[in-house]
Design a binder for this molecule. Structure first.
Ligand code: HEM
Length: 326
């Protein structure tokens, strides 16, 4: 049976979801491995919108079937996620409670705004070089074309190994790979186990004013030494690391990457968390929504996109791939 929402989107009814439910318990729920596959030199983040009138269940099935043999993705890691409401419509009870998309902009005390540009599907591809990532990206868009259209794409590349385009080391306070599971993955027994909440944002840097700041002042903005990466003691309350302090907000796992050209470039923020709350709290703190002081980094970088996706476990996703096609 299918139902249609106000936008004319047709959703299949959900009773045949054979995922991580009491009725059909899965023996394991492992995260999509690409989340933790560090060291790749070329990235593409594709965000797609469901076609008007498309069937959400068919779309999820196509996404779940993107791996071989349908598409040749040799050598490229693929991580797939969904607008939380879309995933919940086909897999009820298989994502964190109350998880919704980035549906409203975040407006800070002085009007500083983090935009909401939510899409329906995200596919993150990472490989050794852009030629293979490009080929796989085209294959993905073509495989999904009947049900979804490409709405936004970003191509990312690491800048001098582990720097972001401010010239600072990015990722110093990331949890180790052992700790990252606890920070980023929904724990066993909870709805959505083995899955992860992804915050994906494109941040464009304002290079000229940033580069005209003396290094000592840049360090006050970030809250760390530029060359060594050591945290300042004391660090300004407005510094980026003070506004996102994981001791206060909880740990997340970041896979940020640089993007862009000489004229427009910046940071693709790729943050994985076991829940949305800690990511929201960091964004509130950075933008000073609800009071406090705005993150100084926001004077030199501005978010131009923002979306939350649920990245289901490999098993939950594979459940759909295993379904026979209509
Ligand atoms: C232009 C965008 C951004 C840039 C260039 C950037 C850069 C950095 C840098 C250089 C550090 C210090 C080194 C480190 O620990 O990794 C850092 C720390 C951090 N950033 Fe960002 N960041 C950006 C946006 C964000 C956003 C949007 C969030 C959260 C939603 C975030 C969360 C964090 C966290 C949690 C830390 C570690 C804080 C701690 O010390 O516990 N960042 N970032």
């Amino acid at each position: 049976m299918a139902t249609t929402n106000a936008a004319g989107t047709r959703y299949s009814s959900a009773p045949s979801f054979r995922g991580l439910t009491d009725e059909y318990p899965a023996s394991v729920a492992t995260p999509q491995t690409g989340i933790f596959a560090l060291g790749t030199m070329s990235h593409a983040h594709l965000e797609l919108d469901e076609r008007r009138g498309a069937d959400a269940r068919e779309l999820v099935r196509l996404v779940a079937s993107l791996r071989e043999p349908r598409t040749t993705i040799g050598g490229v890691n693929l991580v797939a996620g969904f607008r939380p409401e879309l995933w919940a419509s086909v897999a009820p009870g298989a994502s964190p409670l109350r998880l919704v998309g980035f549906n409203e902009p975040i407006v800070g005390a002085d009007g500083y705004t983090l935009p909401a540009t939510q899409h329906d599907v995200v596919v993150w591809l990472a490989g050794a070089a852009y030629d293979v990532v490009f080929d796989v990206s085209r294959g993905v868009v073509s495989a999904l074309a009947a049900h979804a259209t490409l709405a936004h794409e970003m191509v990312g590349w690491p800048y001098h190994r582990d720097l972001d385009l401010t010239g600072f080391i990015d990722g110093t306070e990331n949890p180790t790979l052992v700790e990252a599971t606890e920070a980023a993955i929904v724990e066993p027994g909870l709805p959505g186990e083995g899955g992860s909440v992804l915050l994906l944002q494109q941040w464009e840097h304002d290079a000229a004013p940033w580069e005209s700041l003396p290094v000592a002042q840049q360090e006050q903005v970030i809250g760390r030494r530029k060359l060594e990466g050591d945290e300042l003691d004391p660090k300004p309350a407005t510094s980026h690391v003070a506004r996102t302090d994981q001791d206060q907000f909880g740990q997340i796992f970041r896979r940020n990457i640089g993007y862009g050209t000489l004229t427009r470039h910046g940071t693709i923020f790729v943050g994985f968390s076991r829940d949305r709350e800690r990511l929201d709290a960091m964004l509130d703190s950075m933008s000073a929504r609800g009071g406090g002081q705005r993150d100084r980094l926001t004077d030199f970088a501005r978010a131009v996109t923002g979306a939350y996706y649920f990245v289901p476990s490999s098993e939950a996703l594979a459940t759909f791939a295993a379904e026979p096609l209509d």
